[in-house]
Write a protein that binds this ligand. Structure first.
Ligand code: FE2
Length: 300
């Protein structure tokens, strides 16, 4: 079978690449699956969502019954896709569900995700330790903003293909264990998280799947100081900034959500109004979406 992510195995890569590009959804509509209820997904609905996740590492769901969208229903939905091990993030509550909304006060204030500012391209948990990567993410829109708050989404496997096609050395540079260093997080002189060096692309030994760790933030990221890394990061940023590039754009309406194997994503700035204050529930998981591992894709 071979390993498509092994730079020495051009044959396996070529087969995987061809299959991946042929089956890839290109518009948000191609990724979207309508479901009746969030907490009781039917077999056909589940199959349709998994089909998108296998081909694109993500699906958008549109739930007809918006009333059931509380954190318990979101957890039940996630569990139906094998997402059980919740990442205990700094700001998530006990259930593991974070409420992304503008925080005027409290510990979340000052963090960009809890503001109405735009979020640059990233994968979630790029600052996590290597032993606890975020493999999947769920975003559920409870309320949309008055204006703005659109998400960009890009399957990280497509980013990998684009970079490898330009120059395989870019992949080698981005797989270096010190390609990207997140400096320690200090608050008031106390280190609350140590520095995290790690690769951008890695192959998850648990599943054989490609994992990506990335943030386009110019601040607080230290890139490995060599020409191949600099060129690879510039190439990736160009790809992400390209309005005619492969990224998909979508603005979630209430009762819609995204389930993904932690693909690249961003968010535009938004403006809340008196009747529309954006609220998105977010969960992060150490599990990958069930039945979407790389070997499974190749055999299907
Ligand atoms: Fe995110």
């Amino acid at each position: 079978m071979g390993n498509p992510f092994d730079l020495r195995d051009a044959k396996a890569y070529g087969r995987w690449r061809e299959q991946k590009l042929a089956g890839r959804p290109v518009r948000a509509a191609d990724l979207t699956v309508e479901i009746a209820r969030l907490d009781a997904v039917g077999a056909r609905e589940r199959g349709a969502i998994l089909d998108r996740c296998r081909r694109a590492n993500m699906a958008i769901y549109a739930c007809r019954d918006g009333g059931a969208a509380d954190p318990a229903a979101i957890r039940a939905f996630a569990e139906g896709f094998g997402l059980r091990r919740v990442d205990r993030h700094l700001c998530a509550d006990e259930s593991g569900v974070s409420e992304l909304a503008v925080a005027e006060t409290g510990p979340r204030r000052g963090y960009v995700p809890y503001s109405d500012r735009g979020l640059s391209w990233h994968t979630d948990g790029y600052y996590n330790e290597a032993t606890a990567p975020i493999r999947a993410v769920l975003l559920h829109c409870r309320e949309a903003a008055e204006t703005g708050g659109e998400n960009g989404l890009l399957d990280h496997e497509i980013a990998y293909i684009r970079l490898r096609d330009v120059d395989p050395d870019y992949i080698e540079a981005l797989m270096h264990p010190e390609a990207m260093i997140i400096p320690a997080n200090r608050e008031g002189g106390t280190e609350i998280r140590p520095a995290r060096p790690g690769p951008v692309f890695s192959v998850d030994p648990a599943t054989g799947a490609l994992h990506m760790r990335y943030s386009a933030r110019a601040r607080n990221i230290v890139w490995r100081d060599d020409p191949a890394t600099r060129a690879a990061v510039a190439c990736l940023n160009d790809l992400l900034a390209d309005p005619d590039g492969p990224a998909v754009r979508c603005r979630l309406s209430p009762s819609q959500g995204i389930i993904a194997n932690n693909v690249l994503h961003n968010r535009t700035a938004f403006q809340d109004g008196p009747a529309h204050r954006r609220l998105v529930y977010r969960m992060r998981f150490l599990d990958r979406i069930a039945e979407t591992d790389a070997v499974g894709v190749l055999q299907s």
